[in-house]
Write a protein that binds this ligand. Structure first.
Ligand code: IPE
Ligand code: IPE
Ligand code: MG
Length: 247
């Protein structure tokens, strides 16, 4: 990172926010409802967060919707999550498009149903030219999968184009290629772990953990997270004194 990039990155509001939306199941259980009710409420919380981020001029919002490990859940819950994803894409596509939001899905899509894969292509195409918020949804995503597939693509590219591997950069092959890394990483639901979300990309993200369960995460909760971010001094390996000198 150049000194100028470092300067630009400090003391600013987050341009890219990444969120692990956790706690849907516990939210539902606490209300005596089935876990799936929590997932439905989670979609509403996501809509609020998308709208708030768009209104704040956040450039990228990346959310973890389904991890490569979530297949280990009971088949019934997995099916509900997949159906909910499909339904949400169907019902929200126009709304996203009308709000100038561009949608991108990252993850191993080959494991999703054919109809879901087709819907993803349709919505990505519909919104491809939009210039507002970029909404990245991680579905069947794992950070380890991403680094593995990026390495494989990079090596295949080196061979097919006869380029030395040392001239290539793995970032250009990650599923987030061309997207700046998250400035602010948020995890709701009380756990303080990464759970195989963006591993490479959060190298210098500010990490914010809250006990708030995802369905309860509202505009106010997002404001608190953004305030936390603003209070951090991002040094990117430099000293605080160097940053003061650079103004
Ligand atoms: C996050 O909420 C949603 C997904 C993982 C799909 P959880 O379903 O993990 O909720 P808790 O952590 O069990 O409360
Ligand atoms: C992470 O939450 C995945 C998503 C929010 C989609 P999990 O609930 O699956 O994470 P663990 O299992 O508690 O680490
Ligand atoms: Mg969880």
């Amino acid at each position: 990172m150049t000194d100028n990039q470092v300067k630009k990155n400090i003391k600013k509001s987050p341009k890219h926010i990444a969120i692990i939306m956790d706690g849907n199941g516990r939210w539902a259980t606490a209300q005596g409802k089935p876990r799936t009710a929590g997932h439905k409420a989670g979609v509403d919380a996501l809509r609020t967060t998308i709208e708030t981020c768009a209104s704040y001029g956040v450039e990228v919002l990346t959310v973890f919707a389904f991890s490569s490990e979530n297949w280990r859940r009971p088949a019934k819950e997995v099916n509900v999550l997949m159906d909910l994803f499909m339904l949400t894409l169907k019902t929200q596509a126009k709304r996203l498009h009308n709000n100038n939001i561009r949608l991108k899905i990252i993850g191993d899509k080959t494991k999703l149903s054919q109809s879901l894969q087709q819907k993803i292509i349709d919505v990505e195409l519909l919104t491809a030219k939009n210039t507002g918020l970029l909404l990245v949804i991680a579905a069947n995503y794992g950070g380890q999968w991403d680094i593995t597939q990026a390495s494989q693509c990079m090596m295949a590219h080196a061979v097919s184009q006869d380029i030395p591997l040392t001239d290539l950069n793995i970032e250009d092959f990650l599923s987030t290629a061309a997207i700046p890394d998250p400035d602010l990483f948020i995890r709701t639901g009380g756990e303080q772990r990464i759970s195989n979300f963006l591993l490479w990309q959060i190298a210098y993200s500010e990490l914010y953990f809250t006990d708030t369960l995802w369905p309860d995460f509202d505009k106010n909760a997002l404001d608190v997270a953004i305030q936390y971010f603003s209070s951090r001094e991002r040094r990117f390996g430099q000293t605080g004194e160097q940053l003061d000198e650079d103004g």
